[in-house]
Design a protein around this ligand. Structure first.
Ligand SMILES: N[C@@H](CCC(=O)N[C@@H](CS)C(=O)NCC(=O)O)C(=O)O
Length: 192
């Protein structure tokens, strides 16, 4: 029995796992998280009602960070020290802020207005991009691991959804250009 990954083709959290699994076979089960039978079925395997979820035999793992930890423990993709964990937490923070903004927008909340919760999500994304700048300029151009994969998935998704503007962030543009033609990046491209 192999891995089964529940997800969508737009989610940046799911995409980073699909990219991580580039050379490892798995079944991809596309789910509509918000309605219909898919949503009911998702709730049966993940009480948080979020994607991705990885099923591996008797093990059901939810949350992309834990899915990464699980797969990393089995496949030894990369060593992780506390600095690496912090970096991932920052990237996760940017993704969570972006997804929260999108859900607010879809709920009819005006995300162009100066609402405190909205502002905090926007400021969080900017502050994290500031923090990531030296990493993006250095390791970002040298390595392709879960950190860089996650940054790529965040930037590509946030631009696609119009959640960030990176015109004044040349390091992000260079980073995206550097990795955009990777085979797995094109194979997992957000459908338009
Ligand atoms: N911390 C979770 C976040 C996952 C997440 O927010 N997934 C979104 C899709 S991009 C989702 O399932 N949203 C539905 C919801 O929150 O109700 C992870 O890393 O997997």
């Amino acid at each position: 029995m192999g891995y089964v990954l529940y997800g969508s083709k737009t989610s940046p959290f799911v995409r980073r796992i699909r990219i991580l699994l580039e050379n490892i076979p798995y079944d991809f089960k596309e789910v509509n998280i918000f309605e219909g039978q898919d949503a009911v079925d998702l709730n049966k395997i993940n009480p948080i009602n979020q994607i991705p979820v990885l099923v591996d035999g008797d093990n059901t793992i939810w949350d992309s960070r834990q899915v990464f930890n699980y797969l990393n423990s089995l496949h030894r993709f990369q060593n992780m020290d506390w600095q690496d964990e912090n970096l991932l937490t920052a990237i996760d923070g940017a993704m969570n802020a972006g997804v929260a903004l999108l859900l607010m927008k879809r709920s009819g909340i005006k995300i162009d207005e100066p609402l405190m919760y909205v502002q905090r999500q926007k400021e969080r994304m900017e502050s994290i991009l500031d923090f990531l700048k030296p990493f993006i300029m250095d390791q970002g151009l040298k390595s392709w691991d879960f950190h860089t994969i996650s940054i790529y998935c965040f930037l590509d998704w946030a631009l696609f959804r119009g959640m960030i503007n990176i015109d004044t962030r040349p390091e992000c543009l260079t980073f995206l250009k550097k990795h955009k033609d990777r085979k797995i990046v094109t194979l997992t491209a957000i459908p338009v």
